[in-house]
Structure formats: structure tokens, C-alpha cells
Design a protein around this ligand. Structure first.
Ligand SMILES: Nc1nc2c(ncn2[C@@H]2O[C@H](COP(=O)(O)OP(=O)(O)O)[C@@H](O)[C@H]2O)c(=O)[nH]1
Ligand SMILES: [Mg+2]
Length: 239
């Protein structure tokens, strides 16, 4: 039987891009696209719905939105895909992300922008540096090889439940990766391409204050969960 896939997109004021992202969804492969809003003041909600998404509301925060989206996903869905709503992730990469889970070879597949082709200025130098630094620390402390903390990822729903995620802000992505290693999920990393956002304003990397806040949350997750326990020497499979 084919797995059922729900795509979850946190979106805050993404009116310029969300319509493009949702309308590009591979509808024959997925059961639904859930856009999670928490107070957009533009037409994000209307545009997302018009393009075919189901919109749910969540408390403020990136992680809170991802969590609300996964909680709201159809109970029949066995795979959850997370991606951003600004058009930076390429929807065309979705089948490659879910493939290893559908084939029963992985529980968690993360897209690495570091290993893919990045459009000029799509990632800041500081983001690339942070990805390398965190990757090195997690290799030393958790015995797991990640090259990125990218938002585009697919996970088996039962595996996500097992992880008992608690981060409600920008630490969500990293927390998922660390917990996945600690819970000995079968992890696969694949190269994905990355573009500059289609339009609108960055809520994180393009905003100095938000970037500092995000960095603090990410460091918090790293120190609390990532630098404590070394579960063994499992490795992230590569494709
Ligand atoms: N619902 C919700 N979505 C958010 C929030 N913060 C960011 N996002 C969304 O998360 C994704 C990543 O944010 P973005 O501004 O592109 O961050 P950047 O890629 O680091 O510049 C986008 O789809 C945003 O709309 C939030 O607090 N709530
Ligand atoms: Mg972005």
C-alpha cells in the first residue's frame, strides 16, 4: 500500500510566495498540504486556500507552527513532510525525500542545502558556517553526520511522535535531528537545491534581531540535548 503524505508548511506573511509553493504540490503523491499560520496580516491564508491548501492556526513560533501542522495532519497520513512557504525549497525534490521512507529504508530524511546547489545569496555565510559547526559538534557528541539544519525534511509520523518534540521556536529543526539520532531512527540525508525566497521578507535570516534570537534558541537546543549523550556510532546514510 502507498504511504499517505501530509505536507506541512509554516507560513507567516508569505502572500507573495505561498500561492506558488502550494500550487506546485505533487497532488497525485500527497494527501494534503497543510499551511500553518499564526497571525499573518497579509493575504497568506486566502491565497493558500485558493491554491488548494488546508489552513490551520497555531500559537506563535516556527516550531509551534510545525507542531500544530503535524497534529492537524490527517490521521491516515503516515509520512509528514516539512518545508518553508517562501519558495526557497524546491517542491520537485519532494519525491526524493519521501522515497527512502516509502521504501522502508529510512524513518527520517533531511534535505541538505549544503550538499545541493544553492542560488547565490540564498543562504547567508553565517548560516553555512553554523551548519558546519553544528555538524561537527553533533558528529563528535552524537556520532551522527549531518551537514545542514535545513527545513525541508520528511519523517515517518510514528517516529516523530516517538521524539516528543518540545521546541516551539527556531530550534525545532535541530531538536528533531538530535532526537532522531538519540532515538536511533534510520536517518538519511539527501542533497536538495535551494533558492532565494520568491518575494516578501525573511522572518529569520534577513532580520538581525530575529537571527540572534534564532541563534540563541539553536544554541540552547544544542547545549541542552546535543552535547550531552553519545548513543553510539551510527551514521547518517547518504544519497
Ligand atoms: N506560522 C509561522 N510561520 C513562520 C514563523 N516564522 C517563520 N515562519 C515561516 O517559516 C519559514 C521560514 O522563515 P523565513 O522567514 O523564510 O526564514 P529564513 O529562510 O531563515 O529567512 C517561512 O515559510 C516563514 O513564513 C512563525 O512564527 N509562524
Ligand atoms: Mg526562507
Amino acid at each position: 500500500m502507498r504511504s499517505t503524505i501530509s505536507v506541512v508548511i509554516p507560513a507567516l506573511n508569505e502572500a507573495e510566495s505561498i500561492g506558488h509553493v502550494v500550487s506546485e504540490m505533487p497532488w497525485s503523491l500527497i494527501a494534503e498540504c497543510v499551511v500553518v499560520d499564526n497571525g499573518s496580516t497579509d493575504d497568506t491564508v486566502l491565497i493558500a486556500e485558493a491554491a488548494g491548501a488546508r489552513v490551520v492556526r497555531s500559537p506563535r513560533g516556527y516550531g509551534a507552527a510545525c507542531k500544530a501542522g503535524s497534529d492537524a495532519a490527517l490521521s491516515s497520513s503516515s509520512i509528514l513532510v516539512f518545508m518553508d512557504g517562501d519558495g526557497s525549497d524546491l517542491v520537485a525534490d519532494l519525491p526524493r525525500l519521501v522515497g527512502p521512507i516509502e521504501a522502508g529504508d529510512a524513518d527520517f530524511v533531511i534535505g541538505s542545502r549544503i550538499r545541493g546547489k544553492r542560488e547565490a545569496r540564498s543562504m547567508l555565510g553565517s548560516q553555512v558556517f553554523a551548519a558546519h559547526l553544528v555538524g561537527t559538534l553533533l558528529r563528535l557528541f552524537q556520532g551522527v553526520r549531518y551537514t545542514d539544519m535545513g527545513p525541508f525534511r520528511a519523517i515517518r509520523r510514528t517516529s516523530l511522535d516517538e521524539l516528543q518534540m518540545s521546541e516551539l521556536t527556531y530550534g525545532w529543526n535541530l531538536e528533531m535531528q538530535i532526537r532522531a539520532a538519540q532515538h536511533k531512527l534510520r536517518i538519511r540525508e539527501i542533497a536538495v537545491d535551494y533558492r532565494r525566497r520568491i518575494g516578501g521578507i525573511s522572518k529569520v535570516s534577513g532580520d538581525m534581531r530575529a537571527s540572534m534570537k534564532a541563534a540563541i534558541r539553536i544554541l540552547g537546543v544544542l547545549f541542552r540535548t546535543g552535547l550531552s549523550r553519545k548513543p553510539g556510532s551510527e551514521r547518517v546514510g547518504r544519497e
